[in-house]
Design a protein around this ligand. Structure first.
Ligand code: ADP
Ligand code: MG
Length: 767
């Protein structure tokens, strides 16, 4: 049941108002062949578009199924077009980039008919119009008459109740026109066919009713509807929707026709992805590499507690910079401004007390691979050189470092820090015997001062045997210091001291060299002495005359001057071997995890201490790794930011390309709308297109980046010897593809919206 009631429609172009329809009222039968006849510009197409729901009327009413359409929403019109109406246009309006089978299927696709049923019905319809042999051709491979048959098949396939044909034979020759008209006449047997034409012969020969139009008004009707006739049967209306799969298929086919452009676009927009993927895979690889390196080589670097610790926290740095920032530069005032000396504030004096060493004794030894309590005790060492002269040896500055205490391993039966980090290349370490251990660097080098210490003559190469045969003597206080009144003085007769029976003979027990994978923390040279040596010396010196005398007086027993801040009585007693409070403590953790346990334990100690009493430790491993981690992160952020610019540029580019595609496909939008596609569906088609491009460019980018990591790894291997550094994290890869899809869809969103907002009539008009 279809009825037009006083329909008016006008178009406004500038100040000019064109009244296309000036109040048209027609009632159609459920089943008849109506020809609308009229000269060009009389409003026929406008009328047809309004009947088909492609265009809106200004006033009046269109009655469908006895219901007014005044309150119809877009969705209702879309459903009506899809189910009730089949359009046949003068210029066929086929979608050019899909096969004619797909063209015919499109209406059913929109109404959600299953693929199998779609194919069967489309083939049936194409058979009916005599095109069954051409179903896989594209529209431009057909003649005009054939294309119009396709359009007819498409109009029929959803089995609509109304067929609207706008000059269907207008572009065809007479012979073909007759064939098409026969076909339409056949259709009109059980449908309402409304055909617009300006050819009176066609109208009279085929139509059952001819309505004449002039200047937007009906001037005659050959077979108007009588009062008693009542259209009881209703048109069927189902809902339509386009699945995202259909949208993808449409877009995919469209993209296929523009392979070159699509590939170029995808490639261009993948460059940003390639850049970011490469940077991430490199930084990722380097991080893993640094991590491994730190785990293996830094894990056993000691936590160091010395008397002077540098304390440099964020707060202090900020304070010092903000303090001077407030002041103007180059002031003219005749004043100077005083600021806190930050370096002094950064220096923290650790007062290592027996309280602290007791606390440290309670640290679970399972965390430790070694520990060294270095004392301030001065070792009095004498050598006998190649010229048979005797020299007092400095234990403070040999080469660049002083003699150090060999760390002891608190866990018997397990490998300690020395075994873990060093190879013994000569002799054997015996912690329980007083002795020396000589450390050589990775090239077996030692400083010439080491030769001097041992009393060996200057030479370029020394054999292990020469070193290990050399004997040094450690002299005790009572033999070394003579007394005169209240003061003590050093004995000058070194030869006599060397041969003194109390003197302790020490030799180089072993020569050690840092293990290859621990080069960063072990590559150096110098002397270490066993704990047994200092134990033995301290044991004897504790009771020495000079110590007893020093305990009883408050002035320096060697210089006869009072103590001050830098030389305290405690330090002096320590130097003489009485006080055994350590001056430095080196704590060697087993690995990275136990290191945290140890630092936690040390932090615990400071919890209830004020600043003066607190013990600050230095964790070299932590410093190095946080530094390298921060630098890596900073570099990564900067590089990713740079590459992101190209990502943004490419999403703008995608936007432009989608916009061009929208312009190119305006006609297709119109066709889809005439077949009942909702504006949402149109948006979907273009979103699907950008989705495909985004996915392609993401996948392409990841693929290329992955391929590029191969030469990148070759170059890195040649430069640094590290293998397989660049590794693309799978999570990063997935994320980047997702970002690529997201950005391109965003870029194409506005053009897709523009497309969906297009007026279907205008879209159909574009060429
Ligand atoms: P017909 O199909 O009978 O040739 P139309 O229905 O296409 O005529 O057009 C009727 C009148 O409305 C014509 O004068 C035409 O110029 C005008 N017209 C149609 N569509 C538009 C439009 N979109 N904008 C302005 N004028 C229009
Ligand atoms: Mg027309």
């Amino acid at each position: 049941m279809l009825e037009l009631k006083n329909i008016k429609k006008s178009y406004k172009t500038g100040d000019f108002i064109q009244h296309a329809l000036k109040g048209v009222s027609i009632t159609f039968r459920k089943n008849e062949f109506v020809a609308i006849l009229g000269t060009s510009g009389s409003g026929k197409t406008t009328l047809l578009n309004i009947i088909g729901g492609l265009d809106c009327y200004d006033s009046g009413d269109l009655i469908i199924n006895n219901k007014s359409t005044k309150k119809y929403k877009n969705l209702d019109w879309d459903r009506y077009r899809n189910n009730c109406v089949g359009f046949i246009f003068q210029n066929y309006n086929l979608i050019s980039h899909i096969s004619i089978l797909d063209n015919v299927e499109m209406g059913m696709t929109l109404s959600g008919v299953s693929a199998k049923a779609r194919k069967r019905r489309a083939k049936e319809a194409l058979k009916k119009v005599g095109l069954i042999d051409h179903i896989h051709k594209k529209p431009n491979q057909l003649s005009g008459g054939q294309m119009q048959r396709v359009a007819i098949a498409r109009a029929l396939v959803n089995n609509p109740d109304i067929i609207l044909a706008d000059e269907p034979t207008g572009a065809l020759d007479t012979q073909t026109s007759i064939q098409i008209m026969e076909l339409i006449k056949e259709i009109a047997k059980d449908k309402l066919v409304i055909m617009v034409t300006h050819n009176p012969d066609l109208a009279k020969n085929y139509a059952t009713r001819v309505i004449e139009f002039k200047d937007g008004e009906k001037i005659s009707d050959s077979n108007p509807i009588g009062k008693q006739e009542e259209g009881s049967k209703e048109f069927k209306i189902r809902k339509t929707s386009m699945s995202f799969r259909t949208a993808l298929k449409l877009s995919f086919n469209n993209i296929r026709t523009k392979k070159g452009r699509t590939i170029l676009t995808a490639f261009a927009s993948s460059i940003g992805i390639i850049g970011i993927a490469l940077i991430l895979s490199l930084s990722n690889g380097f991080k893993i590499e640094i991590d491994n390196f730190e785990k293996t080589s830094l894990s056993q670097a000691p936590i160091t507690i010395t008397q002077q610790a540098i304390q440099m926290d964020q707060e202090m740095m900020e304070k010092s910079s903000s303090q001077s920032k407030k002041l103007p530069k180059y002031p003219t005032a005749k004043e100077v401004y005083v600021q806190e000396n930050q370096f002094e504030a950064m220096l923290h004096t650790n007062k290592i007390t027996s309280d602290f060493t007791n606390y440290l004794q309670k640290l679970d030894t399972k965390y430790l691979s070694g520990i060294a309590y270095e004392r301030g005790t001065n070792l009095l060492v004498i050598n006998k050189d190649s010229k048979n002269q005797y020299n007092l040896v400095s234990t403070m500055n040999v080469g660049n470092s002083s003699w150090t205490l060999l760390p002891t391993n608190p866990n018997k039966g397990e490998d300690g820090v020395v075994e873990n980090m060093y190879d013994v290349i000569a002799g054997e370490i015996n912690e329980n015997e007083p002795g020396l251990i000589l450390q050589v660097d990775s090239k077996n080098q030692i400083y010439d001062t080491v030769l001097e210490t041992l009393g060996l003559s200057e030479q370029e190469t020394v054999s292990f045997d020469d070193i290990m045969n050399q004997e040094l003597k450690v002299v005790l206080n009572d033999d070394y210091y003579g007394q005169q009144g209240n003061l003590f003085y050093p004995n000058q007769d070194l030869e006599k001291l060397y041969y003194n029976e109390n003197s302790i003979t020490v030799k180089v027990q072993a020569i050690i060299r840092g293990k290859e994978d621990k080069e960063l923390v072990t590559n150096g040279s110098g002397f270490a002495y066993t704990n047994a040596l200092t134990e033995m010396v301290v044991e004897k010196n504790k009771e020495s005359r000079i110590v007893k005398a020093q305990l009883e007086t408050d002035y320096n027993i060697l210089t006869n001057s009072p103590f001050d801040e830098s030389t305290t009585k405690e330090l002096m007693l320590g130097y003489l071997g009485y006080d055994t409070i350590p001056v430095a403590i080196f704590i060697y953790p087993k690995d990275f995890e136990t290191k945290d346990e140890i630092t936690n334990y040390l932090d615990q100690y400071n919890r209830d201490k004020n600043a003066e009493e607190s013990i600050e430790y230095m964790d070299m491993a932590e410093m190095i790794s946080s530094l390298s981690g921060n630098i890596m992160d900073a570099i990564t952020v900067v590089l990713v930011a740079f590459s992101s610019i190209s990502l943004i540029v490419s999403s703008i580019m995608i936007g432009i390309i989608t916009y061009i595609s929208v312009l190119e496909r305006t006609k297709e939008i119109g066709i889809l709308r005439s077949l009942g596609a909702r504006s949402k569906d149109v948006k979907r088609v273009f979103n699907a297109e950008t989705f495909i491009i985004g996915l392609t460019s993401g996948a392409l980018g990841i693929g290329i980046a992955y391929l590029l990591t191969i030469p990148a790894n070759h170059i890195i291997e040649n430069l640094s010897g590290l293998t397989n550094v660049a590794k693309l994290d799978i999570i990063h890869a997935i994320l980047l593809v997702a970002i690529s899809v997201f950005l391109t869809v965003i870029g194409g969103y506005i053009p897709a919206r523009i497309a969906s907002k297009k007026d279907p009539v205008e879209a159909l008009r574009t060429e």
